[in-house]
Write a protein that binds this ligand. Structure first.
Ligand SMILES: Cc1cc2nc3c(=O)[nH]c(=O)nc-3n(C[C@H](O)[C@H](O)[C@H](O)COP(=O)(O)OP(=O)(O)OC[C@H]3O[C@@H](n4cnc5c(N)ncnc54)[C@H](O)[C@@H]3O)c2cc1C
Length: 413
């Protein structure tokens, strides 16, 4: 379809060609949906694997053609019309139409909003200087890769997974890396203290200069290009480039403007339905009303919510109840998470972090909420049963590495 002021109808319009959007289209066909489907995506590429951006793609170990979620042929054979390289800028829930920044208008029978999030931008003075990068899209990452050969000193702002993964890649290619984190530990929002301290030690041992409790006051530049990060203490950290990883802002503006309920993202019910008729929301931008009260930013969540929404559109109402999982790769460390530690009141460390193969188990009222497993795939696989059981489990049994987690007897009291 050519850009312009055209109007076309689709039985289902999906906004966002990332993990949630592509899975919605695939799951619709799998569930027998025979209507017309349009996938409208802001990025020009066919749907691809986003987590690789801060891992193997940034490191030059994986080419983009190996990151496609489905082949080009898949989309054709499933009769999914890919309308790429355009933003949906408006939704009219009464007229059942969406508008794009190309001046197009599409009407829909069902609408699935899967637009993910935009990187949260640095708001301090100098935040818009050249040489400041984010990692959310292939275009972001390509722009960063282009300047890497000429950058020796890299400052990373934000000690979350994206910042830490980028730090690992940069150290492996010999860059001088300083990582600035405002809180008193890295991964503070997502992991328990043993995990934070473990990663801090690993990165420091590999030469990353980690600055905790350090807020950025401004970025300074020379001829419009960033040259240093100035902390609130007044200290200036010299940097040829700055990479910012301070979270995302859900991309839900047009849906909120259309009247959908939600404050931090879009509120959805167990079937990923929004408060607007025949409009669903999945992935990073969706907040389950009956969930833990937060949006979950992971491939698993986007994919499983997409499947839930697609099934509901096809008349199969199966409430979303997937067990969350996540992963992060840094150096030779593979972390796998199962469950959601939100609201934990104690932790058990299983194994010795010094061995670089251990797990941190999160509990609430004695029941296992989640496990972070470092180079410990067996705990990850076996820990799922503990999370799903939701029964109280003896802390000593969890810490006892002479026994596998699957040997723990689950007794409901
Ligand atoms: C660098 C990086 C590393 C990550 N690593 C991991 C990991 O190791 N494990 C893990 O589980 N998760 C990881 N994540 C998170 C994971 O990628 C996201 O949770 C997942 O992609 C969410 O899927 P989504 O469909 O909601 O959004 P996305 O995959 O981001 O897709 C949203 C798409 O919608 C498009 N869009 C936005 N607004 C509009 C609009 N108005 N109109 C049209 N299109 C629009 C966007 O351009 C984007 O293509 C990582 C994320 C990043 C950025």
């Amino acid at each position: 379809m050519k850009p312009g002021n055209v109007s076309q109808s689709f039985d289902c319009v999906i906004v966002g060609g990332g993990h949630g959007g592509s899975q919605t289209a695939a799951a619709l066909r799998q569930s027998g949906f025979t209507g017309s489907i349009a996938l409208i995506g802001a990025e020009p590429e066919i749907p691809y694997d986003r987590p690789s951006l801060s891992k193997d793609y940034l490191a030059g170990k994986k080419t983009f053609d190996r990151m496609h979620l489905r082949s080009q042929d898949f989309w054709g054979s499933r009769e999914v019309e890919l309308l790429l390289g355009r933003h949906v800028i408006g939704v009219d829930a009464s007229a059942r139409t969406v508008m794009t920044d190309h001046g197009e208008q599409f009407s829909y029978g069902q609408l699935v909003w899967a637009a993910g999030g935009d990187p949260r931008k640095l708001s301090c003075p100098g935040g818009d200087l050249a040489g400041v990068f984010y990692i959310r899209s292939k275009a972001d990452c390509d722009a960063l890769i282009d300047v890497l050969p000429d950058a020796q000193r890299i400052a990373i702002i934000g000690g979350g997974y994206v910042g830490l993964e980028a730090a690992a890649v940069f150290r492996e290619i010999g860059k001088h890396v300083t990582l600035v984190e405002a809180l008193d530990r890295v991964l503070a929002r997502v992991a328990g203290e043993p995990i934070s301290r473990f990663y801090e030690n690993e990165h420091r041992a590999r030469g990353v200069d980690i600055r905790l409790n350090s807020s950025v006051a401004s970025l300074k530049g020379t001829n419009g290009r960033v040259s240093s990060v100035v902390l609130e203490t007044g200290e200036a950290i010299a940097a040829d480039i700055v990479v910012v990883g301070i979270g995302i802002v859900p991309s839900v503006g047009p849906l909120i403007a259309a009247g959908a309920k939600g404050t931090n993202g879009i509120d959805v019910d167990d079937f990923c339905r929004t408060s607007l008729p025949d409009i669903y929301c999945v992935g990073d931008g969706a907040r389950l009303e009956n969930g833990p009260g937060i949006r979950i930013e992971s491939v698993q969540n986007a994919t499983d919510q997409a499947t839930t929404a697609a099934k509901a559109i096809c008349g199969e109402f199966k409430a979303y109840d997937a067990t969350p999982w996540f992963w992060s790769n840094q150096y030779d460390l593979k972390m796998q998470t199962v469950g959601l530690n939100y609201g934990f009141d104690s932790v058990v460390t299983r194994g010795n972090p010094a061995s670089r193969s251990f797990s941190v188990i999160y509990l609430r009222n004695g029941a296992v909420l989640a496990l972070d497993c470092i180079n410990s795939p067996r705990d990850y696989v076996q820990g799922r049963k503990l999370v799903d059981s939701a029964v109280r489990i003896d802390r000593e049994a969890l810490a006892d590495t002479s026994k596998q987690l699957k040997e723990i007897e689950l007794v409901t009291s």
